[in-house]
Design a protein around this ligand. Structure first.
Ligand SMILES: Cc1cc2nc3c(=O)[nH]c(=O)nc-3n(C[C@H](O)[C@H](O)[C@H](O)COP(=O)(O)OP(=O)(O)OC[C@H]3O[C@@H](n4cnc5c(N)ncnc54)[C@H](O)[C@@H]3O)c2cc1C
Length: 380
């Protein structure tokens, strides 16, 4: 068993870390304050192929492995969860097309995502106001009309909603059929009847845009279906099983950043005549935080490695997601505590980290749902 990164992985980690340090961190507090998505940062990320790093070379991407991508995403998470999410959710939205698209669909849509002069984004449209964890109860309806389908419905909380060029929209062709009726379509943002509703005003992850999607008599060719009628639920689950270690890795990056801030602060903050890191209670907190970051990372690496090796990793992906993001919440909470009252103030990064951590336990299947997936696998 080899736990070391190879030379290419070390160089990749270094490059993305420098990007996070030089391009993301300097603007992250301002983007958070304004709740603003930054095309400037995303375009710079695209120049490094980070927005489409998992796209295979034959479709114009660098074709990074899952493990390499997890390394990339940890560094982005270290930089800013909002920016990391805008980039990572684009990668997640690419997956249904890569995993379930026809050759023509892959060629057409990957070309747009990987255009170096004008890189586009896409989004993953599953959640609805009344269908969150229970995705199979979604109501967005697709009705066949000749060679097209007419889609009506609403999607909510869609990351990169309003800044994407196209969307994977999960619909039902027959709600009675639950899972078996769900059908995924690629929908162009400029299709008549497709519009962006409410842009959410969020607690954290504020540098990524979260929007409602409204579909009113949107006419989409049958050729835009991914894999086939009634296959959409499986397309969505395959995407989520693959993408979960990446969300865990955003958590690992965030937790690492919070640990660094807490450690630095505890070395310079003097109370009772010595730096607070010399108080054993604080030292033990730091020790626990460092350990959590490490074990969360190991779970993310393992799940990613298994996916690269083609080993079934449903359990391990769920573990990576909920441990990576629970650890982010725990470590960020402790980082605020170590900063005392200052940690509650907006001038300190840990205040932002704490708000950013919360969303990671909710997106991409809540951490309760991850435990549900895992327990079902254990019991089966
Ligand atoms: C900022 C943000 C970005 C997002 N981005 C996207 C995106 O790009 N694309 C997309 O499709 N969706 C996106 N989502 C939606 C996200 O995936 C859902 O919010 C999430 O799946 C939970 O659904 P819900 O909010 O409806 O909560 P609910 O499903 O209503 O859950 C409420 C609570 O009940 C718990 N719960 C529900 N069912 C069970 C159960 N069976 N057992 C135990 N506990 C249960 C949940 O864990 C949760 O704590 C985003 C959400 C947010 C907030």
């Amino acid at each position: 068993m080899d736990f070391a990164l190879n030379d290419e992985q070390k160089a990749l980690k270094q490059t993305v870390h420098e990007f996070a340090e030089n391009e993301i961190r300097p603007v992250s507090m301002e983007l958070d304050e304004k709740g603003e998505f930054s095309w400037d940062v995303v375009r710079k990320a695209a120049k490094l192929e980070l927005t489409y790093s998992g796209v295979p070379e034959e479709y114009g991407g660098p074709g990074l492995s899952m493990l390499d991508n997890t390394i990339v995403i940890e560094e982005l998470g270290w930089g800013c969860v909002g920016v990391a999410s805008a980039i990572a959710l684009n990668q997640i939205a690419i997956l249904p097309i890569l995993q379930a698209g026809s050759e023509e669909q892959k060629k057409e849509y990957m070309a747009r995502l990987t255009d170096p002069d004008n890189p586009h984004l896409c989004a993953f449209g599953l959640t609805e106001p009344e269908a969150g964890s229970d995705a199979a109860s979604l109501k967005t309806r697709a009705v066949r009309d000749g060679d097209d389908y007419i889609i009506n419905g609403n999607k909510c909380f869609i990351t990169n909603g309003g800044v994407s060029d196209f969307y994977t929209i999960f619909t039902t062709i027959d709600p009675e059929q639950r899972y078996h009726g769900i059908t995924a379509f690629i929908v162009e943002a400029d299709t008549p009847g497709f519009s962006i509703g409410k842009i959410e005003h969020k607690m954290g992850m504020r540098a990524s845009q979260t929007a409602e999607l409204i579909l009113e008599d949107v006419r989409v060719p049958a050729a835009n279906i991914l894999r086939g009628e009634g296959q959409g639920f499986y397309v969505a689950m395959e995407t989520l099983d693959t993408s979960r270690p990446g969300v865990g890795a955003i958590g690992v990056g965030l937790a690492r950043a919070a640990l660094e801030e807490a450690l630095a602060y505890s070395k310079q903050r003097v109370q009772f005549g010595r730096p607070i890191c010399r108080q054993q209670a604080i030292g033990f907190m730091l020790a626990d935080m460092a350990t959590k970051v490490d074990y969360a990372r190991l779970l993310c690496y393992r799940a990613s490695w298994m996916l690269d090796e083609g080993i079934d990793a449903i359990k391990e992906s769920s573990m990576a997601k909920f441990v990576g993001t629970d650890v982010a919440m725990e470590v960020c909470t402790d980082a605020v505590q170590i900063h005392g009252g200052y940690g509650y103030m907006k001038e300190y990064l840990v205040e932002k980290f704490f708000r950013d951590a919360k969303i990671l336990q909710i997106v991409e299947g809540t951490n309760q749902i991850q435990r549900l997936v895992l327990s079902a696998q254990l019991i089966a």
